[in-house]
Write a protein that binds this ligand. Structure first.
Ligand SMILES: [Zn+2]
Length: 302
């Protein structure tokens, strides 16, 4: 049972998510953010969402946006996973049994190109107990790496076990999944120097194209953090699309480098999933003045 299980149940059966779906989401495109869910949760999640939405491929949406083609299936919903956690591989049989090719399959996984295919680790999984990852995220990138080093973590170290998808797993998943970029090492882009941000943005796409043969044209900003400078760097690096964690839904008129996305926090609770997929939860959280977990876009470092 999650902390708000009863609240999610009440919200779900209040009929509000249904109203939002039929009145607001019907003519918009919703993008959901997942990270690391088990196969069982994924199976239930996909079925639950497929019964309520039209699952759409991100590339199809990008094409429609570029052509200004407004004919989209009602209640379109795109599933995205950030980071490229190794357990994402468990989802492969689910993808295969759907027998839907990558060109229309509604799942995009954004990979940290410097971490996948290696035994390097995600820095944000190494922070406790001295600093919270949200604290470190707001620290200028050079300083963050120095603090992590003091705690015995460097982003280049290869550890015993991989935390991210391996090269072989990515190859196996390629026919089913749209793999895209999530930078190289998952920094907070607005806290990177110009050169680091440029390398993280441009270098990740380049590595995924060259080493994996992936047709990369989209990026997901780590933690949803980006500044105008970072958007410009993405444009220069040739990305067509960038996904944020800004709250809301999209239309073909939405800025493709600032697509909105709703986090669902990998819940196993289908009531919570339905409430969060409708956008109702983020809306309530923001209206009631809760903490903004994602999407920090303050001024960049000089
Ligand atoms: Zn991430």
């Amino acid at each position: 049972m999650t902390r708000h299980a009863l609240l999610f149940k009440v919200l779900r059966f209040s009929g509000l998510p249904l109203l939002v779906r039929e009145l607001i989401q019907r003519r918009r495109v919703t993008i959901l953010l997942f990270h690391d869910i088990s196969r069982e949760t994924a199976a239930r999640t996909f079925d639950c969402l497929a019964a309520r939405y039209h699952l759409l491929n991100l590339q199809t949406f990008i094409r429609k946006c570029k052509a200004n083609d407004r004919r989209l299936p009602p209640k379109s919903l795109i599933l995205t996973f950030d980071d490229g956690h190794i357990r994402n591989y468990e989802l492969l049989p689910l993808f295969q049994e759907k027998k839907i090719p990558v060109t229309i399959f509604p799942v995009t996984i954004f990979l940290c190109a410097g971490i996948v295919g290696t035994k390097r680790h995600f820095w944000f999984r190494h922070t406790a107990p001295k600093y919270r990852s949200s604290q470190l995220r707001r620290t200028p990138s050079v300083q963050r790496r120095r603090l992590l080093e003091e705690m015995g973590f460097t982003q280049d170290t290869e550890y015993d076990r991989p935390q991210a998808l391996t090269r072989g797993q990515i190859e196996e998943m390629k026919p089913w999944v749209d793999f895209q970029s999530h930078t190289l090492f998952h920094p907070c882009l607005p806290r990177c120097s110009y050169a680091e941000a440029r390398d993280e943005i441009g270098g990740s796409g380049q590595r995924l194209r060259q080493e994996y043969g992936l047709p990369v044209n989209a990026i997901s900003y780590p933690h949803g953090d980006y500044s105008d400078r970072d958007i410009e760097l993405c444009r220069q690096a040739g990305y067509d699309c960038g996904v944020t964690v800004n709250c809301g839904y999209n239309t073909v008129g939405t800025d493709l480098l600032r697509l909105k996305r709703l986090p669902v926090n990998d819940t196993e609770d289908m009531n919570e999933l339905i409430v969060k997929a409708s956008g109702l939860w983020e809306f309530l959280k923001r209206t009631l003045g809760g903490n903004h977990e994602y999407g920090w876009t303050e001024e960049v470092e000089p």
